[in-house]
Design a protein around this ligand. Structure first.
Ligand code: HEC
Length: 188
């Protein structure tokens, strides 16, 4: 039986409204403030497989090489193959996709990544791990071009920008299904 908090009808109605109000979350908690446009823009950096969201700018492998040597080689190796952290460079003969039967096959940008645009997105948001977000967009384009060239996915002198990057054909492309989930009601 529900315990009674009141006896008179008016008091009961009042008690019921107090309990109902207490069960509703408040409209505002009285903490925080609305984010500014700059703050939103700094976090709204996702790049779609088709290149949606890529910023202005451009890069080449030649300009990426010195940035890579200074900021990436210590963890990923001189040519992206030596580690100690993830191997970034390397193709599998015949561009086969043996990962289901051979989980130890090296997963690199050249062997495993389905979209070139993700290389830009990932480096910009996550690398280097001690200072993510510190690279300028042109530096990220340069690094992306450098890593794609080391994987023999673009010519050494190719210019990479918002128009050319989505057109880079990745060997693993057709081994993945496109992600057609929607965000904020808009198809990706
Ligand atoms: C301090 C060491 C360190 C530095 C410096 C560093 N990385 Fe990394 N990187 C890592 C680690 C560790 C991972 C794996 C992260 C994970 O799996 O969550 C990684 C992952 C990556 C990957 C994804 C690899 C994959 O296939 O999953 C890319 C691409 C990458 N780094 C690029 C770069 C670039 C470009 C730079 C230079 C701007 C850089 N990294 C600098 C440690 C580093």
């Amino acid at each position: 039986m529900t315990p009674r908090l009141c006896t008179a009808a008016a008091a009961c109605a009042f008690a019921a409204s107090v309990i109902a109000a207490a069960q509703q979350p408040p409209a505002r908690l009285g903490i925080g403030r609305p984010a500014t446009q700059e703050e939103i823009a700094a976090r709204d950096i996702d790049v779609g497989p088709d290149g949606a969201g890529l910023p202005p700018g451009r890069g080449t492998a030649a300009d990426g090489a010195p940035i890579y040597a200074a900021r990436c080689a210590g963890c990923h190796g001189k040519t992206g193959r030596e580690g100690p952290n993830d191997t970034l460079v390397g193709r599998i003969p015949g561009d086969e996709f043996p990962f289901a039967r051979d989980p130890k096959a090296p997963k690199t940008i050249g062997s495993y990544w389905p979209y070139a645009t993700t290389v830009f997105d990932y480096i910009r948001r996550a690398m280097p791990p001690d200072k993510p977000g510190s690279l300028k967009d042109d530096e990220v384009y340069n690094l992306t071009a450098y890593l794609l060239a080391l994987n023999d996915l673009i010519p050494a002198d190719a210019v990479i920008d918002a128009a050319t990057l989505p057109k880079v054909k990745m060997p693993a492309r057709d081994h993945f299904k496109p992600d057609t989930r929607t965000e904020r009601g808009k198809p990706r």
